[in-house]
Design a protein around this ligand. Structure first.
Ligand code: FO1
Length: 324
């Protein structure tokens, strides 16, 4: 009897039976994405766009770029953003020309923003540009901006409202946070590729990104939230908290301002509409029973990813528990 062997060399080939989608933004997310990417090629990443920022006429997409650099293994892992060993000649020149230089754009990093901005001006959308960048960096993982429309994360402080980058980088997160807004989210159209990725995946992971400034803007888009709620049974959240502190970054400050309890239980309540499983740190096991009462299945493990081997072992743990 003849045997048919299907061979494919198409790097875009994806086996939908095993496809994994990760909702991501920021440094914590990149570590987990790298871990999962080390085990499968059938991976899509839906990226936050809320912290995108226009500066010197350049369109900067920090979460997309951090993901690109992380997967291409050129990320400056000390800082958690930018390209390792980048130089800053461009920025020094901008300073000499009298511009503000609080946002540290490296020379190689600048070329990405420049290309992106030119491509936007030539009529391409952010999804096409990001796909092109993935090809240039020879990345198998699909990076999908959650929307091609503008959604801007604004931090409401006691001194007024600021773009996230201004609040966190320019003013070093000093002011009292009174709230968070996702400007444009109500009108933004969910990227159809993102909705399809959620629909087609066997497993959807909400990465351990900042719940309100990395994941929040993604969930603020109606089409995404609706698809996740429908797919809830295959959605797992990875906690970005251990105890009442974030593994990294200002998550606790934003959660407090939004009136959300800073604990894995507070997060579980926040995510319970769109997820049915949660990975928490073993140190938080006291909350397990309460989270299970929200009809969520809980898995305890070590969630801190200091080294590559931690990224890979957390990824294996998730895939094993979720039967992928
Ligand atoms: N974060 C900083 O704390 N300081 C910076 O000067 C800075 C520059 C920067 C340049 C490009 C880029 O893609 C990211 C950059 N970030 C910087 C990180 C960024 O502000 C945030 O961490 C993310 O937006 C949150 O995900």
């Amino acid at each position: 009897m003849a045997r048919v062997i299907l061979l494919t060399s198409d790097s875009n080939f994806q086996d939908k039976r095993k496809m994994i989608t990760i909702l991501a933004g920021g440094t914590g997310s990149v570590k987990l994405v790298r871990g999962i990417a080390s085990q499968t090629r059938d991976l899509s990443v839906i990226s936050n766009v809320g912290d995108n920022y226009w500066l010197y006429g350049l369109y900067i997409c920090p979460d997309i770029d951090t993901m690109l650099y992380g997967l291409a293994d050129i990320l400056d892992t000390e800082k958690g953003w930018g390209i390792k060993k980048d130089t800053f000649g461009f920025l020094r020149q901008m300073e000499m020309l009298g511009e503000e230089t609080w946002f540290k754009i490296g020379d190689r990093d600048a070329s990405i923003h420049l290309m992106r901005t030119n491509m936007l001006k030539n009529g391409k959308n952010l999804s096409d540009i990001t796909e092109w960048m993935c090809q240039k960096f020879a990345i198998d993982t699909k990076i999908i901006p959650v929307t091609d429309n503008s959604v801007e994360t604004r931090i409401v402080t006691n001194k007024g409202e600021l773009h996230l980058q201004e609040f966190w980088v320019k003013y070093k997160g000093q002011d009292k946070v009174e709230g968070i807004k996702y400007l444009g989210a109500d009108k933004a159209r969910a990227n159809p590729a993102a909705v399809n990725a959620i629909h087609d995946s066997k497993l959807v992971i909400i990465a351990p990104g900042n719940p309100l400034t990395s994941i929040g803007p993604i969930l603020s888009i109606k089409g995404i939230r609706k698809e996740l709620a429908k797919s809830k049974k295959k959605v797992v959240v990875v906690s970005p908290l251990i105890g009442n502190a974030a593994v990294s970054g200002p998550a606790a400050k934003y959660l407090e301002a939004a009136g959300i309890e800073v604990s894995v239980y507070g997060l579980a309540k926040m995510y319970s509409e769109v997820a049915s499983h949660m990975i928490i740190d073993s140190a938080d096991r006291l909350h397990t029973r309460k989270i299970e009462n929200l009809d969520m299945k809980v898995y305890e493990t070590k969630i801190k990813m200091k080294e590559k081997k931690d990224e890979e072992s957390l990824a294996s743990f998730i895939m094993k528990q979720m039967h992928v």
